[in-house]
Every structure is written in structure tokens, then in C-alpha cells.
Ligand binder design. Structure first.
Ligand SMILES: Nc1ncnc2c1ncn2[C@@H]1O[C@H](COP(=O)(O)OP(=O)(O)OP(=O)(O)O)[C@@H](O)[C@H]1O
Length: 509
């Protein structure tokens, strides 16, 4: 069968960096084709070349038998290729409908925008997304939407062009489990209509849930292509990273012995979090679980002073938290790291080194910073996280998504925190980078650091947490000990509801 799209020998360099050496992809009609590979192996570069976002240095792309080299994304869109990126390219100051139809006005009459036609088309499009877009208001400003809602708008925008090929570049990383299920229903419907899809994801279970074929890449090169039904998780990890590392992944972290209490929180409320009480000990990793958006992130943000606290007492290492700002929290050794690198993480346009030292600088009370000393302080973190970069003075945007995320995490770790608050820290980072990150966290915990980890991936909690507090509608509804941790236990607990007086009476932890 002739492929809808065939890319061969595609190459791309950025100065001295070889982003892609031999990119290959063979996409069939109505197929979901997964591209799998470590951070920085060239997945996004290959997709950007196909989608006209960056020009290739060499190789060929053949679309329906015709050789193409799109100079802009608009050209690719006109040829039927749409892309949904992880970092949304939406305009925050425009409404949902304005973003969706930007550059393609439906029913434009006499040069004027036919708003009625737009809304009608919007309704038709969200109908195709079912529950996924059920509460999306067409007139809300995109900047006021949560990251997951923005991603859904990106998906609708891509669909509005009725593409033959859709590239989903880590589109599920900001969606929760229920949303991913709805998204997959949409993917299946599109497949049924004959739409071909390229799908980048670091979540192994998603590959098996939705993929037909998987292309594995390593260091900018095509390694192999397999039908998903004829491969296994182990084989894919092997192809991706090599067998020694796989053993490391399989080796579950050794059990830690938590020490004395370092954080005590009573009746904390802020954002969606209501009356949260918890205790954390030295060396412990406390997981926060439950469905996405049930108050887990808000608990971390309220602790850190990232959102307003409505009440609660916080004691760190025996001392009351002396303020409500992030600066006060940082001074007492409480550090917050967000996995949402687009919005809350990286300092865009600034060098890698600045992104790394900014935490140390805000903690320090010295008016003058010594450059050499700062570099020496961040060096171990760079080494431990195996950060891949050209020069520390390069802009953070020159790093792959996963490496940018490592910088954001590394910035927090470089301050030597007593308590580290990790808010879904591994969104969009690959299995090897996750391993590097948790190896470092385990090491720091062995030295006494304590961690509260919110993760939207149950497996991450199961692999790393000593116990998990499960959230529902802003309350802690269950606590699961390490011995009892399983996907089933987490799922079951996430459906429990809070007791009627939960606001007044702190949940037992
Ligand atoms: N604009 C750029 N300038 C310099 N180097 C770049 C640029 N874009 C990508 N690179 C480099 O090219 C390599 C491949 O990057 P790419 O984004 O394609 O990787 P990826 O496989 O999609 O990674 P991830 O899973 O982390 O998103 C990386 O080493 C990255 O740092």
C-alpha cells in the first residue's frame, strides 16, 4: 500500500548541534503512528520539518506521491497537515473562537466576519470532541484557560482545517486520565474516517492504547519501526535507550527510612485545596494522587505562597513559616518546582545559566553574586541531571523540551531545599530523563531532603512515593501506604468523596 507520507534521510543542524541526522517515517492512511525516543533525539524536529515549521538541510518528504518541502506551516496546512504542539501557540488575548478561526474565516461575507457561521462551526467541532470540550466557552479569553483547556483549543483548531494528517506533539501531557480517554475516543473516530496521525508521547501505556505502528529514534537517527501489536514495553525501552538502563528502570527504588518531622501542615486552604493537613518526615516522598485538578497543585502552591492562603498553619523544621510569599518559603527551605515549564517554569529568552541560578539568587541575602561560585553551585546539578546543552550561555529555547524541564527542576535543587514541592515535574520528559531526575531526588532524600510529589501519572507515584494522599474536590479523601499502592488502589480511592464536615475538620493523615 502506498504511504500517505514518507520521509527519508531527513537531516537538520542548528549550528554545531545535529538535531536530526537520519529521520525516517512511513505513514499509512488511517494510521496512528507513534514516534518514540529520548529527549532531544529529534522527534519534534522531524515533525516540524514535515509541518513546514523548520526547513530541512537534506532528505525528502513525499506527500501522497508528490515531493514536498513546505516553507511555512500555512503551506503545510493547505496541503492537509495540521500540528498540535505541546506548548500552545495560541494568542492569550483572543477568545477561544477567535483563536480557532484565526487566518481561516468561515462564512466571510463581503470582507466581514460572519460570527453566526463561526459559532455554528464551533458547535459542530466541539460536538466531535464529545465530553473533552463539553464546558468550553467560545468567548473566554484563551489566556484565562487552564493549560489542559488550551490544549483542547489547539486540538479543535487543528480539526477545523479538516486535515488529512494530524501531528500530535505530546498533546496528552497536560490532560488528565479522563481527558486522555476522551481524546483517544476522538483519535479512534478520526482514524475511522481515514485521518492519519503522528503521535509523540513519553507515556508508554498510551503507545499501546492508541498506536498502530511505532518508529523508534535515537540520537537523531531512525532506529526501527514495529507494529505496536508485535512489540512489548521491554523491547521498546531496549531499542530506545539500551539494556543497561532498562535494568535500572526495573530496579525499584530501595525502601527509605524516614527521619524526624520536617513539615507540619494544619487545615491549609487555598485555591481548590480545602482544610489540608499533613506531616512530612526527613527523607520521605509523600505523593499526592487523585484525578487531575482536585486541589493537589493548589495545595503545593498554597504551601509555597504561589496562591493566596485562606487559612492554615505551616511549620518547617520546627519553625512557623514566616510569610505568605514564595520568597519567604524559599528562605525557609521550601522550594516549588512546576512541570508546566511553558507557563511557570523557564525564563524565556534567557541563558541556561541564568535559568539555573535564579533560585540561588533569590535565596541569597548577599547584594553581589560571584559568578564563579554560582557556576560551581549549579555544576553538580547539571552533571547529576545529565543535562545536554551546547554552552551555558545559550538561550534556554535551544534545549529540547525535556532538557528545559531538567533546568527548571535543577534550579530548585541547586538551592539545597529542606522540602521540595514537585508539581507534576516530569510532564513531557522521557523515560531516561525521568530516571535521572528520580535518581537524583532519591539521593537527596537519602541525605534528608523531603519531597511532596504530585503526579498525573499513577505509575510515578507507585514507583517513588512512600505513601500517597488521594484528593477529591479539594479534600484528602484517602491515604494509601507504600505496601498498598497500586493502580487499582489509586483509582478506587480517587472516587471516594470527602466527609460532609471536611472543611472544618482536617482529614486524618
Ligand atoms: N532551535 C534550536 N536551536 C538549537 N538547537 C536546537 C533547536 N531546536 C532543537 N535543537 C536541538 O536539537 C536536538 C533535537 O531536538 P528535538 O526538539 O527535535 O528533540 P525531541 O526528541 O523532540 O526532544 P523532547 O522529547 O525533549 O521534546 C536537541 O539536542 C535540541 O537541543
Amino acid at each position: 500500500m502506498a504511504a500517505v507520507l514518507e520521509a527519508s534521510d531527513v537531516a537538520k543542524r542548528y549550528g554545531a548541534v545535529v538535531a536530526l541526522e537520519r529521520g525516517e517515517l512511513r505513514l499509512e492512511r488511517g494510521e496512528v503512528h507513534v514516534i518514540l525516543g529520548s529527549n532531544g533525539c529529534g522527534k519534534s524536529t522531524l515533525c516540524k520539518i514535515i509541518a513546514g515549521a523548520v526547513p530541512a538541510d537534506g532528505g525528502s518528504v513525499v506527500l501522497e506521491g508528490r515531493s514536498v518541502a513546505f516553507r511555512t506551516p500555512l503551506e503545510a496546512q493547505a496541503a492537509g497537515i495540521a500540528t498540535v504542539y505541546q506548548e500552545t501557540g495560541l494568542v492569550p488575548t483572543l477568545s477561544v473562537v477567535d483563536n480557532i478561526f484565526l487566518g481561516q474565516e468561515p462564512g466571510k461575507a463581503g470582507g466581514r466576519i460572519d460570527r453566526k457561521a463561526r459559532y455554528a462551526r464551533f458547535e459542530m467541532l466541539i460536538g466531535r470532541l464529545g465530553k473533552l470540550a463539553a464546558h468550553l466557552d467560545p468567548d473566554t479569553l484563551v489566556g484565562d484557560l487552564s493549560i489542559d483547556q488550551q490544549q483542547i483549543v489547539e486540538i479543535i483548531k487543528a480539526l477545523s482545517r479538516e486535515p488529512k494528517i494530524i501531528i500530535f506533539d505530546e498533546s496528552t501531557s497536560s490532560l488528565d486520565r479522563a481527558q486522555v480517554a476522551d481524546f483517544f475516543a476522538l483519535v479512534r473516530a478520526l482514524k475511522h474516517q481515514g485521518t492519519s496521525m503522528i503521535f509523540i508521547s513519553h507515556r508508554m501505556e498510551e503507545i499501546f492504547a492508541i498506536g498502530d505502528t511505532v518508529t523508534i529514534m535515537r540520537n537523531g537517527r531512525f532506529i526501527d519501526r514495529r507494529p505496536v501489536s508485535e512489540t512489548s514495553r521491554d523491547e521498546l525501552v531496549n531499542l530506545m535507550v539500551g539494556s543497561a538502563l532498562q535494568q535500572m528502570i526495573e530496579a525499584r527504588q530501595s525502601h527509605r527510612q524516614p527521619g524526624k518531622p520536617v513539615l507540619s501542615v494544619a487545615r491549609l486552604s487555598g485555591g481548590k485545596a480545602q482544610g489540608i493537613s499533613l506531616e512530612l518526615r526527613e527523607g520521605e516522598i509523600l505523593g499526592l494522587g487523585g484525578l487531575h485538578g482536585q486541589g493537589q497543585s493548589d495545595t503545593l502552591l498554597a504551601l509555597y505562597g504561589g496562591i493566596t492562603r485562606r487559612g492554615g498553619e505551616i511549620v518547617i523544621a520546627g519553625k512557623q513559616l514566616g510569610g505568605s510569599t514564595p520568597a519567604a518559603a524559599l528562605k525557609q527551605g521550601l522550594v516549588y518546582v512546576s512541570g508546566d515549564r511553558g507557563r511557570a517554569g523557564a525564563l524565556r529568552g534567557r541563558p541556561i545559566i541564568e535559568n539555573l541560578i535564579v533560585g540561588i539568587l533569590s535565596k541569597s541575602s548577599k547584594p553581589i553574586a560571584e559568578r564563579g561560585k554560582l557556576r560551581a553551585q549549579v555544576r553538580p546539578v547539571i552533571d547529576q541531571l545529565k543535562l545536554k546543552f551546547g554552552r551555558l550561555s545559550d538561550a534556554i529555547e535551544t534545549l529540547s523540551g525535556g532538557n528545559q524541564q531538567k533546568v527548571v527542576v535543577g534550579r530548585g535543587l541547586a538551592t539545597g531545599p529542606t522540602v521540595l514541592l514537585l508539581d507534576d515535574p516530569t510532564k513531557g520528559i522521557d523515560v531516561r530523563a525521568k530516571q535521572d531526575l528520580f535518581a537524583l531526588i532519591d539521593e537527596l532524600c537519602a541525605g534528608g531532603m523531603a519531597v511532596i510529589l504530585y503526579s498525573s501519572e499513577d505509575m510515578e507515584l507507585i514507583d517513588h512515593a512512600d505513601r500517597v494522599l488521594v484528593f477529591n474536590t479539594g479534600h484528602v479523601v484517602a491515604e494509601i501506604s507504600r505496601e498498598d499502592l497500586s493502580e487499582f488502589a489509586l483509582n478506587e480511592a480517587s472516587l471516594k468523596t470527602a466527609p460532609a464536615h471536611a472543611e472544618q475538620q482536617p482529614a486524618h493523615v
